[in-house]
Design a protein around this ligand. Sequence first.
Ligand code: G4P
Length: 534
Amino acid sequence: MLETSNRSDEIAAKVALRRTFAIISHPDAGKTTLTEKILLYAGAIELAGAVRGRKSRRHAVSDWMAMEQERGISLTSTALEFDLDGRRITLLDTPGHKDFSEDTYRSLVAADSVVMVLDSAKGVEEQTRKLFQVCKRHRLPILTFVNKCDTDGRDPLELLDEIESVLGISAAPLNWPIGRGAHFRGVYDLSRKEVLLYEKHMQGQRRAPVTVADHLDPSLEELAGEYAYREFMDGINIVATAGTIFDHREYLNGRQTGVFFGSAINNFGLEPFLDGLVALAPPPGPRMTQDGEEIDPASTDFSGFVFKIQANMDPRHRDHVAFVRVCSGQLLKDMTVINGRLGATVRVSRPYKIFGRDRETSTEAYAGDIVGLVNPGRFMIGDSLYTGRPVQFPRVPQFAAEHFARLRLDGQRHKQFDDGVRQLEEEGLMQVFRTSHGRDPIVGVVGALQFDVIQSRLLNEYRVESRVEPMNYFAARWMEPAETTRESLAGLGVNVLDVTDRLGRTVILFPTEWSLQYAERENPRVKFVSEVDR
Ligand code: G4P
């Protein structure tokens, strides 16, 4: 008994040091740059540009498929693990360009908190809004980094208003920018009441030197220029009198976001942001099971769930890797765990952690850690793994597809085509829909690039040539109550298609946003939902 409680204390101590988060943003807001700078500050990489240099592919460590190399984008989510200020940080990458996929959403389910990067000139953009909705549904705490303060961005007060009105979450600044664009001179720390002045220093290559002064220091006005200084003083006065005060509990409950200002590329405002992240972001907490039981992360029994399957990560191995988010206990090399879905034991002979392309065998993992398990077809997204008492975590959600196409077989290899389609659907690469007529499936994906991935995998793994015929639908929606069928709906606009998914649920494909809104208006008792259990 005593031994168990000692072990549990040891595990609790490890868990308390862990922070697992994901970064969400709209393409080009600066997610990659911020990731690089975080790694740079943490000493995890030597030089910025190592995560994914667009111009130089030489240092790319988070790319692994040939297609990524060709297109200069990162296709697959990665978990980067490193130490910062005595904390073990795991950063879940969320692909955001054309490589936007369901994995982007699913990674959020494995995170304990989120950083939202906004471009100071653009504010809350479309993809951020979509990702934010997933964070909100899963009650993830969110810190905001308003990036590109060195450009002619918008008034910070206006940006905070936009976060509140568009996202429906209160926004509490933790620091405040001094000047904008060419006049950007640093940030004012609202709780310490200190001004941090930054010097532009060899873009992205080194830490910017930090100087601390008082915000009433007359040299600040001189440095910032009269206009920027006045705007800054007005801003902090408004914040002091009418602004939202940061409340850690509200942040932890996902009702408030703490906002930092800075410029990732110029190393402006990164130190306060990272200090804030380490101090405020929550360690892994208890996770709820399907039956509403809380699993203590410090329990001596291991538990975790598979949130992502990645095939062909390494062309030399042609393997499948199941990414597991550890929720409790300790996962050790060579340990035997139970896969609840199969009711079978699985020996974890080669768990590993990943830093970009490099794999490193993981000797021990705790709640919050992400481990890759080589998957000889034994894992599926949503599988719960455990030792001791059976644990069933909620199924990993399935998110509404946003691009649709008829997938046609070229040639006669019907069986291989069907096998391939089934496998890729099981992996969560795409959703397959059937209509009452027509043999060829309709496939739905969250990011259009997935169509290329589907075709290339069918060809490489099943030797099947296929054609993708795009279909003009804007969104897919499941319905609640689940028994709702097309016939039971009062009004549906024209050009709407009803299909069934893998589990036989009715899914409606809407051609436009307007048609979705029309259906919602006409059927007030039906909920058209964009997230369901897989
Ligand atoms: P993403 O991952 O969110 O898509 O954005 P990424 O970091 O790739 O940044 C998008 C562009 O914005 C890049 O420029 C990057 O250098 C620039 N950027 C990032 N942070 C800042 C900042 O604080 N200030 C300014 N002014 N620019 C910033 P690019 O020209 O598209 O690419 P590159 O040639 O610089 O690689």
